[in-house]
Design a protein around this ligand. Structure first.
Ligand SMILES: Nc1ncnc2c1ncn2[C@@H]1O[C@H](COP(=O)(O)OP(=O)(O)OP(=O)(O)O)[C@@H](O)[C@H]1O
Ligand SMILES: [Mg+2]
Length: 381
């Protein structure tokens, strides 16, 4: 197909490779608070990275340093290998989306989305019109161009904000809890749209959230932050299935963490004395603890098997406990159990467990290989 003269591809309007970001030991202090503490991270070009962590863990501060709104007290940031310390925010080729939509209230949806293209210059009216219409189509608001922001629902406004942020195809898009103000159903729906937008624009996305399932669903890389530091940065499966610390295990969903002392360790198997009583075997994965070390044994609720009789299989570990509560969720039930004063959680298929009720004595079982030994993290001062 022949390109129309005014449609000759202007720089930066088609899908493009996003920038590679490198954070090299960046820190930020506010008075006596160290909001970000020597954070180092490599973000591959075009990837989707989530910064996840409790309130006050330094997510927004990190994002603001990437954007250039804040300057690190120490360390350096690189975009595609170039240091950006002295590059102003508007020269970093980034787009931003916040929890509050920050649309221009006096402009129509169309003009809001056209704004970054007009501000940047270099495109004629017809090319801008084509880009804006394409972008509105992508966020399913093709018929909303003439409306003003106040005439839209929350979800629609957030889609306009997304469209405005990516229309100029920035090499990096920074999103700070963009779905934070929306209800659960809308969040789920917009997650799907954000994924699609990421695929079609190709920018590197850095997404701040404190919603675990959102981070798992969207990201190539999940970065769990705690008190200004990175606790773990891994792909979603690893961060859920192989958390490195008790903090990450608990933060990423239901976790039974059984405190234990290492009695002995061989190549493949650890023998643990549970503080609640009982000796169990556990797989030796990751970095190996020493004999006598205090560790936590992680058993995910969905890996628990409930039995009445002691299991014959030596691979299956068991603890006696009593049922405290049975919560019904249709497909599964969640059991709260008391094992010598430690409260445990199990999630088992509802089918076949109709007989379980509070007060009953049962065995809390798991396959040795499904558990994981977590060491405590020690930070360098
Ligand atoms: N401008 C500021 N002045 C003083 N302290 C600040 C400032 N900005 C952030 N902080 C502090 O730095 C720490 C990290 O804040 P930050 O906003 O990065 O957290 P967050 O992870 O984004 O939290 P949330 O999930 O609540 O948005 C907090 O203790 C916060 O109080
Ligand atoms: Mg924040």
């Amino acid at each position: 197909m022949m390109a129309q003269p005014h449609e000759a591809m202007p720089a930066g309007t088609g899908p493009r490779a996003g920038a590679t970001l490198r954070l090299d030991a960046i820190s930020k202090r506010f008075g006596s608070v160290t909001a970000v503490n020597r954070v180092s991270l490599e973000i591959p070009a075009g990837s989707f990275v989530s910064l996840l962590g409790p309130s006050g863990s330094g997510k927004t501060t990190t994002l603001n340093m990437i954007a250039g709104f804040l300057r690190p007290d120490e360390g350096e940031l690189y975009f595609d290998g170039r240091p950006v310390a002295n590059v102003a925010p508007n020269k970093r080729d980034i787009g931003m989306v916040f929890q509050s939509y920050a649309l221009f209230p006096h402009m129509t949806v169309y003009d809001n989305v056209a704004f970054p293209l007009r501000a940047r210059g270099g495109l004629d009216g017809a090319a801008i019109d084509r880009r804006v219409r394409e972008q509105l189509e992508m966020v399913r608001l093709a018929d909303f161009g003439e409306r003003f922001p106040k005439q839209l629902s929350g979800g629609q406004r957030q889609r306009v904000a997304m469209a405005r942020a990516v229309v100029a195809r920035p090499s990096v898009l920074l999103l700070d809890e963009p779905l934070g103000a929306l209800d659960k159903n809308l969040r789920d729906q917009l997650q799907g749209e954000i994924k699609k937008i990421h695929r079609s624009v190709g920018s590197t996305f850095v997404y701040v959230t404190h919603d675990q399932s959102e981070a798992l669903n969207l990201s190539d890389l999940v970065v769990v932050m705690r008190e200004g530091r990175i606790e773990q940065a891994s792909d979603p499966r690893t961060i859920y299935q192989a958390p490195e610390t008790p903090f990450v295990a608990e933060f990423m969903g239901g976790a039974n963490l059984l405190p234990a002392t290492v009695a002995s360790c061989s190549a493949a198997v650890l023998v643990l004395d549970l503080h609640m009583g009982g000796r169990v075997l556990a797989p030796a994965s990751g970095s190996k603890p020493a004999e006598g070390e205090e560790v936590s044994l992680l058993v995910r609720p969905e890996d628990v098997l409930i039995a009445e009789k002691p299991p014959a299989d030596p691979e299956v570990m068991s603890l006696s406990c009593s049922v405290l509560d049975v919560a019904y969720f249709g497909d599964t039930i969640r059991l709260s159990l008391d094992a010598s004063g430690t409260i445990l959680t199990a999630r088992v298929p509802a089918r076949g467990s109709a007989g379980l009720s509070a007060g009953q004595q049962v065995l809390f079982c798991w396959r040795q290989g499904s558990a994981r030994v977590l060491r405590r993290r020690r930070y360098k001062p």
